[in-house]
Ligand binder design. Structure first.
Ligand SMILES: [Zn+2]
Length: 314
């Protein structure tokens, strides 16, 4: 999946063949009973019938994927997967609408489906013995006044960052990054110590060295790990030996620059999907040995077994 002139970005037959090759490396997979390589092609292109006697149902390569029941041709889907996974800062529904020559509405739905495909599935815990995981929180975009959660400790005024000052009316994001490895991001209602602790507990192995800034959010949960090392940002300390939160902060800055440039109007209920998109690109970055083609193929593979249930057909 490289140049836009590739056949599978322009021709429906070629696109279907590419999808079948990527999603079915060992032959057609029946989405009804799960059997692999036991189906025969029907007269209509792309339709297969399961050869299991107790199943015998028809299926296509897009069934039960984010591409199911879409009127958008497959070659446009493949191009969308390519554009979203290859562009560093992200790709907007407007750009997609213009590039693919589809309506803005279709482009918007398609963009969210591609993001859904980029969302990681079952996740193994991060870190381990001798490994470092950096944890940090950040804020992006406003929460409407009426929806802001109030803190009983603050006389029912909105929550603030770390209980001190700061963006109580912003959307909170918590990210974990394994040094030299993957990032995992969460949009949370409030980045308080209970929320942060449950995220760290559920995602990071106990043998890990946890590294954060001096925020008191991590003090208690930090005691459960092999080590909890901090840098003191308020004293302008950003690294001490191999202790730093520069990696997670670097990720936040890519996210914010991209979101500002491309997605000015991200509804809060969709923030987790944008985070999944940025996580996906970071986790398949060149430094980890991935190229654009690998990334697009992986997102397409992820598309299997995920389908957004927006009302209607698009
Ligand atoms: Zn079957």
């Amino acid at each position: 999946m490289a140049a836009y002139t590739d056949a599978h970005f322009n021709n429906e037959e070629a696109a279907r063949a590419t999808l079948e090759r990527v999603l079915w490396p060992e032959g057609p997979v029946c989405p009804h009973c799960g059997v692999i390589g036991h189906a025969y092609a029907r007269k209509r292109a792309g339709v297969y019938r399961c050869a299991e006697p107790e199943c015998r149902k028809d299926f296509t390569v897009t069934m039960k994927t984010v591409m199911e029941r879409s009127h958008i041709p497959l070659h446009k889907w493949l191009l969308a997967f390519h554009l979203f996974t290859a562009s560093k800062k992200g790709f907007s529904a407007h750009q997609l609408h213009r590039t693919l020559g589809i309506t803005y509405r279709s482009a918007w739905f398609m963009a969210h489906r591609v993001r859904e495909a980029m969302r990681a599935g079952g996740l193994d815990p991060m870190g381990g013995e001798g490994k470092i995981v950096e944890a940090d929180e950040t804020y992006f975009g406003d929460v409407p006044e009426a929806k802001r959660r109030k803190s009983p400790q603050r006389g029912n005024r909105p929550y603030t960052k770390g209980g001190k000052r700061g963006p109580g009316g912003k959307r909170a994001i918590v990210s974990l990054v394994e040094r030299g490895g993957n990032v995992r991001s969460f949009h949370v209602a409030v980045a308080d110590s209970a929320t942060v602790a449950s995220i760290v507990n559920e995602n990071v192995l106990r043998e890990t060295r946890l590294q954060t800034d001096e925020s008191r959010l991590y003090t208690k949960v930090g005691t459960k790990f092999a080590a909890h090392e901090t840098v003191n940002h308020s004293a302008k300390e950003y690294a001490r030996g191999d202790v730093t939160t520069n990696t997670v902060e670097g990720f936040f800055s890519i996210f914010k620059r991209g979101m500002k440039g491309v997605y000015q109007h991200c509804g809060e209920k969709h923030l987790h999907r944008y985070l999944a998109e940025y996580d996906f690109r970071f986790n398949h970055r060149v430094a980890l040995g991935y190229n654009d083609g690998d990334r697009a193929a992986l997102a397409v593979k992820n598309a299997a077994g995920k389908r957004l249930t927006y009302k209607g057909r698009h």
